[in-house]
Design a protein around this ligand. Structure first.
Ligand code: UD1
Length: 316
């Protein structure tokens, strides 16, 4: 039986995609995840419809038979985080570049229908113009940004040289339920959520005036599914922004969260972080035109939903 595959499917974004695929009519979904940062608990409600293989994408021999004949492979497995790629460059490189190469190679050799690759907005680096459009020259500022860009290029070359259908989606600071707040490398909004619920000030790196296009996880999951169905002649080998299209500074984001919660907590400030991009905002017009991208959640609505999830689910 050939199933849809999600690498990294036990992670925060991957598990949201698995739930969305099942809701969209997939009978079963196969998840490949080494459970390094993913958790089986993220799949709890859908566990009976998921085949979970605890294998590492660095292990070609283990993943190749699993990918064989799959109609679609959503490749989300990665070691995320800009600062982690600076403090731990070797595993970050091995998973994000070598592991990604393994996925494309196994997909091409196994006759996979299409690979949908989770690329990153970090590939742009600092651009003079906002919003950032796909035609801008990439300018990676960190190992993570570079690694994710290499995966895009591999996808494009696998399309042109090996006849594999591929598409890359540059995720823009995805947030939502199940984002793990417990690591120093955790996404900033997961850290904000726990600080707020514990009535602690967050530490903003730099002046807090850096801005992000925070994108709600369910909108990203829907876009991944749309990318798997878009006409090959239009999208294969291409890269699209997967953002919401807005832009909020960290200072205003923390203020907004405090407003939702009805508290007033001043943030603390620390030194700027190496490799940090100053401003990030997606031009979503190509994804709207070619993929039918239609984000449903405003930033405020996403924040409210995420905060409620943390309130009821995280007890530390
Ligand atoms: C980057 C990518 C994003 C990718 C993510 C994967 C950009 C613009 N975005 O996110 O697409 O999905 O890597 O890891 O490159 N911060 C604080 N205090 C904290 C934590 C973070 O001030 O406690 C700041 C960071 O310095 C940064 C912002 O918050 O300016 C966002 O940080 P983070 O959530 O780690 O994501 P990015 O590095 O922006």
């Amino acid at each position: 039986m050939s199933n849809i595959i999600v690498t990294g499917g036990a992670g925060f974004i991957g598990s949201a995609l698995v739930r969305a695929l099942l809701a969209d009519g997939a009978g079963r979904v196969t998840v490949i995840d080494n459970l390094l940062s993913g958790k089986e608990a993220n799949l709890a409600e859908v566990r009976s419809r998921v085949d979970l293989h605890t294998v590492d994408i660095r292990d070609y021999a283990a993943i190749a038979p699993l990918l064989k004949g799959a109609p679609a492979v959503f490749h989300l497995a990665a070691i995320p985080s800009v600062p982690r790629s600076i403090s731990e460059p070797v595993p970050s490189h091995e998973v994000n570049i070598d592991g990604t190469f393994n996925v494309f190679r196994a997909a091409a050799e196994g006759g996979v229908g299409r690979v949908i690759y989770a690329a990153s907005s970090s590939a742009y680096g600092d651009t003079e113009v906002l919003p950032k459009t796909e035609s801008m020259a990439p300018n990676p500022k960190s190992p993570y940004a570079l690694q994710k860009l290499v995966g895009e290029y591999y996808g494009s070359v696998y399309a042109s040289c090996f006849g594999l259908e591929t598409i890359a989606l540059r995720f823009f600071n995805v947030f939502g339920p199940r984002q793990d707040p417990s690591s120093p490398y955790s996404g900033v909004l997961s850290i904000f959520m726990t600080c707020l619920l514990e009535r602690r000030p967050p530490t903003l790196f730099g002046d807090g005036e850096q801005s992000r296009d925070f994108t709600y996880v369910e909108d990203v999951a829907q876009l991944c599914i749309k990318a798997s169905k878009a006409p090959s002649a239009v999208v294969s080998g291409k890269t699209y922004n997967a953002g919401n299209g807005g832009r909020f500074t960290l200072n205003e984001t923390w203020r907004t969260l405090c407003g939702i919660e009805g508290v007033d907590i001043a943030p603390q400030y620390g030194p700027p972080r190496a490799g940090d991009v100053r401003h990030s905002q997606a031009d979503t017009s190509a994804a709207i035109r070619d993929l039918g991208h239609a984000p449903r959640f405003t930033f405020q609505e996403g924040l409210r939903r995420t905060l409620e999830w943390y309130r009821h689910s995280v007890s530390a």
